[in-house]
Design a protein. Structure first.
Length: 423
């Protein structure tokens, strides 16, 4: 154990986790690079778990933030009006919603992913007057009780310490090979003897991040939307991790051609790593009474400033094209790895810059991620048994950074396979 890590071991709670996977003290970062106290350089294929899709400390956002702070602009404002908020609302409408023909009211639910999910669940229950929600196997939606209730992971659920109720879990796309999971779901809704009541909402990720990079097919998503419409069920897409360009388009559901009733966004919305979330609501179901769902930190004006600046990256298709082109390169590389090293027993998963390899070998994905860290590449694992090593580079990474990261990854795969797995 590095001496510098002792302070965290001695003073920080046992609940700490990423610091265990990446045991060094970071001091500086720019774009896709990070440096630790000893000056060692790392390539970042983690992007703050999807909160840093534009890389670290991007000059465009940084300058706007510095100027705003220097001018004594409002920092905290609950949900009062500020110029920073007005600018964000207007630009989000003009750059994101209007060109995609999407009509949503924008709610500020509190600064984190779980805040937007909680608000979505509450609103769906209020709108429909129903109590239950359908969630999906391996879904992940956050750590507060409502969000946990729709999260699949048993270790996280157990952490609630109380029964998590009013939720029915249904199989996600491809959960069982060669079975249409939606036929199964519809049967439950149709059959008065199924024991499943018509729910207020269904909540899903189009690509499951924490659950193991499972990408739903566009057909499945379209059918989900049809089922929801047929039964008057609200469709909530949790785009906290898959949104803001991670899968290639601003919203992950765009290529499926669906229009959810409620959309949850957070993580990379501020663009700069500042806490920020919104809940997008179909206007006719925007029925919370004033203050019915509130919170102290709904007016993070520094986040409004950087989020507004980040929207400039969506005024043309440069960023989307970068993801499209390089995503193919990453997928080709991963397919090659799986073929060249059959010992991985790997399966390539995901789309856009939300990809990974699931390994059937117990503990191997963690070993590869640990080796990668030693070799100067930051990446994490996901899935119910941490069986997927996950590639999350910043969306604007250049060829040099990507090639370097992939080369480190291959060296780490080779090194991991040479050693016995101890965990
Ligand atoms: N939804 C999804 C899809 C997520 O991936 C996460 C975080 N990993 C959350 C919700 C919760 O976000 P937060 O950690 O900011 O509460």
């Amino acid at each position: 154990m590095n001496e510098d890590m002792k302070i965290f071991e001695n003073l920080e709670s046992e609940v700490r986790s990423y610091v265990r996977s990446f045991p060094t003290v970071f001091t500086k970062t720019k774009g896709y690079k990070m440096w630790d106290k000893s000056g060692k350089e790392y390539i970042d294929f983690f992007s703050g778990a999807g909160a840093l899709n534009y890389g670290h400390n991007h000059d465009h956002m940084k300058q706007k933030l510095i100027d705003y702070i220097a001018s004594d602009g409002i920092t905290h404002s609950l949900d009062m009006a500020s110029t920073a908020k007005a600018d964000f609302l207007e630009k989000f409408q003009d750059v994101i919603l209007k060109p995609r023909d999407l009509d949503y009211k924008i709610m500020f639910p509190g600064p984190t992913g779980t805040n937007t999910v909680e608000s979505a669940l509450k609103l769906a229950r209020k709108v429909t007057g129903r109590t239950d929600v359908i969630s999906f196997t391996n879904g992940f939606h956050g750590m507060t009780i409502g969000s946990l209730s729709v999260t699949g992971n048993s270790m996280k659920r157990k952490g609630a310490g109380i029964p998590l109720q009013n939720v029915v879990t249904m199989p996600y796309d491809n959960y069982v090979d060669d079975q249409d999971s939606l036929d199964y779901l519809e049967r439950f809704l149709e059959d008065g003897g199924s024991g499943v009541a018509i729910p207020a909402a269904m909540i899903l990720e189009t690509v499951q991040g924490e659950g193991g990079i499972n990408a739903a097919s566009f057909e499945w998503l379209k059918k989900i939307e049809r089922v929801c419409k047929r039964w008057g069920i609200l469709l909530i897409v949790d785009d906290v991790q898959a949104g803001i360009g991670r899968t290639g388009s601003f919203f992950s559901f765009e290529p499926a051609g669906i229009k959810p009733d409620i959309v949850c966004l957070s993580k990379s919305l501020s663009g700069y790593g500042l806490p920020f979330a919104v809940t997008l609501i179909r206007p006719d179901i925007d029925i919370f009474t004033p203050g019915e769902h509130n919170g102290t930190f709904r007016g993070n004006n520094h986040a409004f400033i950087t989020a507004t600046a980040a929207l400039d990256f969506w005024k043309n298709d440069e960023l989307e094209n970068n993801v499209k082109e390089k995503s193919q390169k990453i997928l080709d590389f991963l397919e090659k790895m799986v073929e060249k090293y059959p010992e991985i027993k790997g399966e390539v998963r995901g789309r856009g810059f939300m990809v990974g390899v699931a390994s059937e070998v117990d503990g191997l994905a963690n070993k590869i991620a640990a080796k990668a860290f030693e070799n100067g590449l930051i990446m994490e694992t996901s899935g119910p048994s941490d069986e997927v090593f996950k590639l999350f580079p910043p969306l604007n990474i250049d060829d040099e950074g990507l090639d370097k990261g992939l080369a480190i990854l291959e060296a780490s795969i080779k090194a991991a396979m040479k050693e016995p797995i101890t965990n």
